[in-house]
Write a protein of this length. Structure first.
Length: 370
């Protein structure tokens, strides 16, 4: 009989607590599903959390989100028609309103089957995105949305984009919480400060911060050129705030030597919102708001092209390769070697696993294993 040594047994128990069950999601949370400008008065399908959803705007321009499956013969509703905020199934013509209730049955006497309902998901438009509450509808709480209000600040210029690809959503979140990869994966950036800079990781409730400071140093060459600060020694900080399930705010503050985040003359505020499509694929929504060269349209186009390329051609292929190399095994099952740059990402993983475990326990009424 194999008996684990005490230290190994403790590590194994901690591993089980640090990783959510395979395929488990935090349900009572807001997930970005689309940009607001993607949704109009036509049927828009998208899958998140392994759940097919159909979205559209009703006659009052409100976003509606329904399960993309007719309860009769399970036909995808997005293949049907939309008229006056009513969705008609493409297979047998049952019609559903924005609450998912069947309002018309063209067959027989026209009696509406009591079971003919489609799940509807609370939807909110905020920060240029459409967010869905994927858990118990009565628990939907807009105060739990992450704060990205800077994208609505008219004094700032904002650009945005989205990447979709293979890879578990926590791998994409790790990528932002650990900026130590920038020196090696984004070689055009030239950012050794993310590897050697003073690092601070802290947790405030369920919020995790992973910050890097670089004082009296030059900016990475690309950032210096964009901000027209080439050759100048400056104080700068990169702060990353994580909130479950995978919503991150990344701010680059730049100030004169001896300055502070509060007095920073130049800053970029970014959000990185990762939504699981399936257990092995994700949607990655990003936006960047800046307070410098705000009227420079050409710079905005260049920044968008550069960020699109960095995320789609550098980050995404690496994460796709990671997912493939893991061969279907869990993150902790592979016993990863941990480096100082991993501290923020690991803290976030542990918080998320704890939240999922608590939610599962509450839903099932079962006690967590000791």
């Amino acid at each position: 009989m194999n008996v684990l040594a005490p230290a190994a047994a403790r590590a194994s128990l901690q591993q089980r607590r640090d990783e959510a069950p395979r395929g488990a999601y935090l349900k009572n949370a807001w997930y970005a599903i689309a940009w607001s400008d993607e949704i109009g008065r036509s049927l828009f399908p998208r899958t998140i959390l392994d759940t097919p959803i159909v979205l559209f705007r009703d006659t009052e321009d409100r976003v509606v989100a329904l399960r993309d499956r007719c309860p009769h013969r399970f036909a995808p509703l997005h293949r049907g028609t939309l008229s006056g905020g009513i969705v008609q199934c493409p297979y047998h013509g049952l019609q559903f309103d924005s609450a998912g209730r069947c309002v018309h049955n063209p067959h027989g006497s026209g009696v509406l089957p009591k079971a003919a309902t489609v799940p509807a998901y609370p939807a909110v438009e905020r920060f240029m995105l459409v967010w869905l509450w994927m858990g118990v509808p009565e628990l939907a709480d807009e105060s739990k949305l992450p704060d990205f209000s800077y994208v609505d600040d008219p004094a700032l210029t904002t650009i945005k984009g989205m990447v979709q690809g293979a890879g578990h959503y926590e791998l994409y979140a790790d990528n932002i919480m650990d900026l130590g990869h920038a020196q090696f994966l984004h070689t055009g950036l030239g950012a050794p400060a993310f590897t050697k800079g003073a690092r601070e990781v802290r947790q405030e409730g369920e919020t995790v911060w992973s910050n890097v400071a670089s004082l009296n140093e030059e900016l990475a060459p690309l950032h210096a050129a964009i901000k027209q600060l080439v050759g100048r020694r400056l104080d700068w900080w990169v702060d990353v705030r994580w909130n479950a399930p995978a919503n991150m705010d990344l701010t680059l503050y730049v100030d004169e030597v001896g300055g502070s985040r509060q007095t920073a003359k130049w800053f970029d505020r970014n959000f990185h919102v990762i939504t699981p499509q399936t257990t092995t694929s994700s949607f990655y929504f990003w936006a960047l708001s800046r307070n410098y060269r705000v009227n420079d349209t050409e710079l905005s186009l260049q920044l968008k092209a550069g960020l699109d390329a960095a995320f789609a051609d550098e980050d995404k292929p690496m994460i796709v390769a990671q997912q493939a190399a893991m061969g279907g095994e869990g993150f902790w099952d592979l016993h990863p070697v941990l480096l100082p740059c991993d501290a923020g990402a690991i803290r976030a993983r542990r918080v998320l696993a704890k939240l999922i475990a608590a939610e599962t326990q509450e839903a099932t009424g079962l006690a967590s294993p000791e």
